[in-house]
Ligand binder design. Sequence first.
Ligand code: DX5
Ligand code: ZN
Length: 226
Amino acid sequence: MNNRRKLLCPSILNLPTDCMREEIEKLDATDMDIYHVDIMDGTFVNNFGMSVRELEMIRRITDKGAHKLIDCHMMVMHPHRYVEKIAQAGADIIYIHPESELIPSATLELIQLQGKKTGLILNPCTALEMVKDMLPITDYVMIMAVNPGFAGRTFMSYTRQKFTELNQYREQKGLDYHLLLDGGATREVITDLYHNCGVEGFVLGKQELFFQKEDYATCIDRIREF
Ligand code: DX5
Ligand code: ZN
């Protein structure tokens, strides 16, 4: 049984740029929790994502509206170079991939110095062993159930044991990081991970939130009930 409130995180990468402002205003009026903003450098992954200017725009919109949180998923090499910029642009939570840094613990410290929440994001093949020493200074742990870099991929079921592992580890050590999923969040996946694996947060893409028949508010309310 999971008593934690679900953290619902729309993945902004799914929005076409020509109507981004209007769509963000609509999202802002719903019961969603955290904007998920994917930043890519074309090297860590073979793609480009959102830009710092778009991050600033989301900040401006929600500051006039519902004051939601914004997270930034850094799919870039050596993200410590950009922590200050991303923090100033308005991210509340900054996720780094441990593989992208020689000393990821130093980057987490840098994020804390900027007064922001720390996030670690694990690739499907990243072992708990690689990150466990940093978990006491990590506020949010996100696990990727798809290979990073692209939206719309299918949940890879072999990643399920990693959610269970990170949930058990949190309990054993009395830690209190949030545990979230990025990639492939269908109704079935959300229901299973929330009720059986202690996962409370979900990045939402086309499967349950974007390009649905119903409006965003209806979809968000429905996902809360899964
Ligand atoms: C993938 C991105 C995700 C992506 C997830 O690298 O980090 O944020 O948008 O999207 P879906 O839910 O479509 O897999
Ligand atoms: Zn992401």
